[in-house]
Design a protein around this ligand. Structure first.
Ligand code: NAP
Length: 309
């Protein structure tokens, strides 16, 4: 991809390229599966992922089921742990303690949200950082922020892979991340900074969001606000990564939309992820990649470069 003067891609193009996250994620899972086979053959080790769920939140149940299915599909060992909604925090912490000590488990994921009587921060920070495949532990956040080897949160890692695939080196690009959450916006900004982008972060108190968006050659939006960014704001040729997943009603039907108004944006951007089928599938694929990476680090095997940040 060539850089043009004002934007990122060919300014004469009438419609953005669609970044097919679904296909990219399928390829990534295939790469993970190949590496699982290698670890089995060379080390006699099968990566193990423990998924812990407390209660029966319907959305979480669907996510967890998908994670378990895809874990099995790439040849890893999935270990499911279900605690009742009224389980005590101590029970959960004890379970995490056992998983931390279990050498057959290389990755531990605690599905969020947790019931209100549990302190999610304390729970996450109880996971051994090396097994924290969600990358939410404060140690991993610190390692990422200081440019050290970390477990990187799955959604921003997936966005980074899509951007690298599209643009090659990201050095020098003007990047805007809309959203500053600990799980998406902040780690995304850290990753872009590490790639030598010039990074801005916008949030709910940003004074002139439009002016910020207009400057961005790379725009990553994770605000959780349906179609917050209209197409007219987008810099011609920009690469747009839409993390948002919002369920809204349109023409009497429930539909999923992103944080970017897709139709308008596709007329201006150089490339854009759709919702659904963009970032979403990358998140689970990166969870599997992180589990593989955690296993490689635990046993001293080489880490496949294309699976890490
Ligand atoms: P979050 O914790 O609610 O954070 C939202 C961020 O957006 C906050 O920093 C907030 O600012 C900012 N924000 C809210 N309204 C804004 C506005 N009008 N203008 C500018 N910034 C605004 O959300 P999250 O967990 O990061 O998730 C964000 C979205 O990504 C959600 O739609 C979620 O469903 C989706 N998501 C998708 C995936 C995936 O796999 N595709 C994974 C994770 C999340 P303040 O900090 O000032 O409050």
């Amino acid at each position: 991809m060539k850089r043009s003067g004002a934007g990122v891609t060919d300014m004469n193009k009438v419609r953005a390229d669609i970044i097919d996250g679904k296909a990219f994620a399928a390829t990534l899972r295939q790469k993970v599966a190949t590496q699982v086979t290698r670890l089995k053959a060379e080390y006699g080790i099968v990566p193990g992922l423990a998924v812990v769920m407390v209660g029966e939140d319907p959305a979480s149940t669907v996510y967890v089921r998908n994670k378990e299915r895809m874990t099995a599909e790439v040849g890893m060992n999935g270990h499911a742990f279900r605690l009742p909604a009224d389980a005590s925090e101590t029970e959960l912490l004890n379970l995490i303690g056992r998983l931390n000590a279990d050498t057959a488990i290389h990755g531990i994921l605690v599905q969020l949200p947790l019931p209100a009587h549990m302190d999610a921060r304390k729970v996450i920070n109880t996971i051994t950082p090396e097994k924290d495949v969600d990358g939410f532990h404060v140690v991993n956040a610190g390692l990422l922020a200081t440019g050290q080897e970390a477990m990187v949160p799955c959604t921003p890692l997936g966005c980074l892979m899509l951007l690298r695939d599209r643009l090659g080196s990201l050095a020098g690009y003007k990047a805007l991340v809309v959203g500053a959450s600990n799980i998406v916006g902040k780690p995304m900004a850290q990753l872009l900074l590490a790639e030598k982008c010039t990074v801005s972060i916008a949030h709910s108190r940003t004074r002139d969001l439009e002016a910020e968006v207009r400057q961005a050659e790379i725009l990553v939006v994770a605000a959780g606000r349906a179609e917050l960014i209209p197409g007219e704001w987008i810099r011609p040729g920009a690469v747009v990564i839409d993390v948002g997943i919002n369920r809204i009603e349109r023409d009497g039907k429930a539909v999923l939309v992103g944080d970017v108004a897709f139709e308008g944006a596709a007329k201006v951007a150089g490339a854009i992820t759709p919702v659904p089928g963009g970032v979403g599938p990358m998140t689970i694929a990166c969870l599997l990649a992180n589990t593989l990476t955690a296993c490689c680090r635990a046993i001293g095997a080489s880490e496949p470069a294309e699976l890490v940040a």
